[in-house]
Design a protein around this ligand. Structure first.
Ligand SMILES: Cc1ncc(COP(=O)(O)O)c(C=O)c1O
Length: 409
């Protein structure tokens, strides 16, 4: 008996060690705000802010900015991000200013013709829709939009099934997120990868709403491209993101021709000895002036911090934090996707019949609960700076919305 008790105690200690505790003191969020909106934009880590200020000040005296500085932090950033997404070749990772830029490189190198199609999920984020729309308009191909079922029972499961059914030999690419940006519905990328491979289609993933908070393994999923903005779950600044391009893009043409992406660009004196070849891996796709001395060190600090905490642990932290709130809200009649089909860090709440969105918004605002409204869902997206108290405030506000509506009937 004693041995069993000791074992339980030992396991509990391990579990405690592995669980993350709140990291709110590493940020400067106002104390009275329940900020549940990382899907909109993450707050700034203090360490990231400091890195930005250091970078800004560096240009006070340009004589201290060396040739190596153009390459050094960018290489560190590739390596740190490669660790985060389990990519074996860091030089397949490039710096981009936005998701639309990363997608533009994909679209430029994806031949498609009349009769073929590109698959996207319904109401997908515009930067992962317009590039495909424009490509298909030019080539008379089709953007095939896969919608969820109308009801809320087994919605995520059925949406995934529809996605797999839509893929056929006319599919040139499936371009989706790991989770849907509006309500966190999770897509089974492994299954989609298998199906796309069977028919010879590419898998292009927008990781903006998942990478950094939900594990992503390049070696398991084997995407042809993974495009990700840096200012949400990567905890970085605005206007910098990261793109991974697989072998399908090895001999492609980038959307712009920049000096630093050509071979031997480290030799500044020899830059006008123009080169026909590019730097190794996917570096041809990197945005011009990517050695941004402010944004790169900031994103680097953020990604290093994420590696240090561990993405699996962040996902588990968010999942455990949200679980009691999800249970309470479901009991009140709010509709939330089943656990296997939603992100632990991002979920949509759909209102019970008869509750007006304006009432819910009013209550959340009054209680200083900061969330987003996307489509017909209240989008809730906690991260490691949140505590159980923040989620309780969400429940309190939404409980009052139900009460208010009942009182008015
Ligand atoms: C899924 C997703 N992709 C991309 C973006 C940002 O796109 P871009 O970097 O092109 O502005 C967002 C912003 O909300 C998003 O939610």
């Amino acid at each position: 008996m004693l041995l069993v008790l000791l074992r339980i105690l030992y396991l509990a200690t391990i579990n405690l060690k592995q669980m993350l505790t709140t990291k709110r003191n590493k940020f400067t969020l106002p104390p009275n705000l329940a900020y549940l909106n990382c899907a909109y934009m993450s707050p700034l880590l203090k360490s990231v802010e400091k890195a930005g200020i250091r970078g800004l000040r560096k240009k006070r005296n340009p004589s201290t900015i060396t040739t190596e500085d153009f390459f050094y932090d960018t290489e560190l950033l590739r390596t740190a991000y490669a660790q985060l997404i389990h990519a074996p070749e860091p030089r397949r990772i490039v710096i981009i200013p936005s998701v639309s830029y990363g997608m533009a490189n994909v679209v430029k190198n994806l031949p498609v013709q009349r009769g073929e199609h590109i698959i996207v999920a319904a109401e997908q984020f515009p930067s992962n829709y317009y590039p495909w729309k424009s490509l298909c308009d030019e080539t008379a191909a089709e953007v095939k939009i896969v919608s969820p079922p109308d009801g809320y029972i087994n919605r995520g499961k059925q949406w995934n099934e529809r996605m797999l059914e839509a893929i056929n030999t006319k599919t040139r690419a499936v371009a989706i997120g790991h989770v849907h940006w509006a309500d966190g519905t999770k897509f089974n990328l492994e299954a989609i990868r298998k199906r796309t491979r069977d028919v010879g289609a590419l898998l292009i993933v927008d990781g903006t709403q998942s990478v950094g908070a939900m594990p992503f393994d390049v070696q398991t999923i084997q995407p042809d491209a993974l495009i990700c903005a840096g200012y949400k779950w990567l905890l970085g600044p605005y206007s910098i993101g990261l793109a991974y391009y697989g072998e399908a893009f090895d001999n492609g043409r980038p959307v712009e021709e920049n000096w630093i992406n050509r071979s031997a660009s480290e030799d500044f004196a020899g830059l006008v000895n123009y080169k026909d070849t590019y730097q190794a891996g996917a570096l041809r796709y990197e945005v011009g002036e990517h050695s941004n001395f402010i944004l790169v060190p900031m994103l680097l600090k953020a990604v290093q911090q994420l590696n240090n905490w561990g993405v699996e642990r962040i996902q588990e932290y968010c999942r455990q934090l949200s679980a009691p709130a999800i249970e309470s809200l479901t009991t009140l009649g709010y509709r939330i996707e089943d656990e296997p089909w939603r992100g632990g860090h991002l979920f949509g709440i759909r209102l019970p019949d008869g509750i007006e969105m304006d009432k819910a918004k009013q209550m959340l605002l009054k209680n200083k609960v900061f969330v987003s409204y996307r489509g017909n869902a209240i989008r809730v997206s906690p991260n490691i700076y949140n505590t159980g108290h923040d989620l309780q405030r969400l429940v309190k506000a939404l409980t009052k919305s139900v009460g208010l509506t009942a009182a008015q009937r």
